[in-house]
Design a protein around this ligand. Structure first.
Ligand SMILES: Cc1ncc(COP(=O)(O)O)c(C=O)c1O
Length: 438
């Protein structure tokens, strides 16, 4: 294993990174186990973010490591166009079971971005297959994050991600975001204020006419934009409005799927069922890239009435890659047999209390939490948005905790295998950092 510094760092153009700043002062991870990374200098770093929301079962999970190692020796690659391999079918069946058979079918991708673009294309093609080809409009939400493909960017609502890339997809509109510090600051779980923001969908229906709208896509809990928890009743109301107008509802569960809210999916937590669900990350415990679109039976079945032939002209070379399927099967086994979600539930109240103990510390203007996700919003430095939280991120790494920042919001989403000592370490170090932050 190479645990030394790379000989040069200029060639790797790093994603979503301040490359110049990083390369002047790099943070290099060389190994990981359980709740901890190790950096190139041998320091242990507590993983407060499950990598990038990816590792619910903890790092180097032995069953997953073994399953992937075995598969790479057995079947390194197999196409899934007009042929298949057993693990892809087995994983799909088990995923359906994991959703309690609320969905009937799963379509594999390699990432969350691809899952989102796949779901959007499926929504358009579904309506067309049923003779409603005029339903081409897609509705996203301000501050939503749905990855970086042109579809996901178009329905997404983060200005910096969109502004450099031209007009994006036509015929897209956005619901307003639900963030409201005035009414909802320091909420635990779903905030009280804002259910009526779902009615904005009725306004968009009036504006565009339902016959032009294919789907609404939202994150049940927005993650990348800084942990925005939906107001009480909001998702249910969106569901009702979609039903009333024949609009498909897609939940982007790329970060909320696989236990993050102490239930298998956010749809279980909120008791609201979407028509499609996009997932990635935790589906393989982050070990091999994989995404997946879960669809209700009626969506899939609409394609099966077509004349014989390929029903959906869409797919990726690596859809259902054997290594990803092996990792996915082992991940589900770990969820079933090792009490991952049960542990998340058991730790949730302690995690939430630890978060809210930061109230009153310098610069903290909001603390919000749901399941094992927490957001800490800091007062920005005047004229330098994001600078304060980025300074906290750098200090945290130096002090041995990995946190994630977006703008001036710190997001925490640790692996679900954590215990109270990890929570104490994470919030203890964070409190010290916040006290000393400029
Ligand atoms: C809700 C959501 N959708 C989509 C994505 C994109 O996933 P990927 O980076 O795997 O393309 C992310 C990534 O964080 C996400 O949080």
């Amino acid at each position: 294993m190479n645990e030394s510094r790379p000989s040069a760092m200029s060639a790797f153009w790093m994603p979503f990174t301040n490359n110049r700043d990083f390369k002047a002062n790099p943070r290099l991870l060389v190994s990981a186990e359980g709740m901890y990374y190790k950096d190139v200098d041998g320091n242990r770093i507590l993983d407060g973010t499950a990598g990038l929301w990816c590792v619910p079962c903890g790092h180097a999970q032995p069953r997953i490591t073994q399953a992937v190692s075995e598969m790479v020796g057995q079947l390194d690659f197999a196409p899934t166009f007009q042929m298949g391999h057993p693990a892809a079918f087995e994983l799909a069946e088990q995923l359906m079971e994991y959703t309690g058979h609320k969905f009937g079918h799963v379509f594999y991708t390699n990432s969350g971005s691809e899952a989102v673009d796949t779901a959007l294309k499926m929504a358009l093609a579904y309506h067309r297959a049923r003779g409603e080809g005029g339903r081409t409009r897609l509705i996203g939400r301000e501050r939503g994050y749905h990855g970086v493909g042109f579809g996901g960017l178009s329905v997404g609502g983060i200005g910096n991600n969109r502004k450099s890339f031209g007009p994006l997809l036509p015929g897209v509109d956005h619901l307003p975001h639900t963030h409201n510090l005035l009414e909802n600051a320091f909420s635990r779980g779903e905030p009280d204020f804002g259910v009526e923001l779902a009615d904005e969908l009725e306004r968009l229906v009036t504006l565009h006419d339902a016959s032009t709208i294919a789907a609404v896509i939202i994150e049940p809990v927005s993650g990348s934009t800084g942990v925005l928890v939906p107001p009480k009743g909001y998702l249910k109301r969106l569901r009702e409005i979609c039903d009333k107008h024949g609009i498909l509802l897609i939940f982007d569960e790329v970060i909320t799927g696989f236990g993050r809210l102490t239930t298998p999916f956010a749809s279980d937590y909120f008791g609201v069922e979407p028509d499609m669900m996009t997932t990635a990350k935790g589906i393989t415990n982050g070990v091999v890239p994989m995404g997946a679109v879960f669809s209700k039976r009626f969506i899939h079945d609409a394609f099966m009435d077509a004349p014989a032939g390929i029903e959906l002209f869409h797919g990726y070379t690596y859809s259902g890659h054997p290594l990803a399927c092996a990792a996915g099967l082992a991940t589900l086994q770990v969820f079933r047999e090792e009490g991952v979600i049960e542990n998340a539930s058991a730790q949730q109240a302690y995690f939430e209390d630890a978060l809210h103990s930061l109230r009153g510390l310098p610069h903290v203007i909001d603390l919000r939490s749901i399941g094992l996700v927490a957001g800490i919003e800091l007062e920005p430095i005047a004229g330098k948005p994001g600078a304060r939280a980025f300074a906290a991120f750098k200090q945290a790494f130096a002090d041995g905790i990995l946190i994630r920042v977006t703008g001036d919001i710190i997001a925490l989403s640790p692996p679900l295998i954590l215990d109270k000592q990890h929570i104490d370490e994470l919030f203890g170090k964070l409190a010290t950092i916040l006290k000393n932050l400029d």
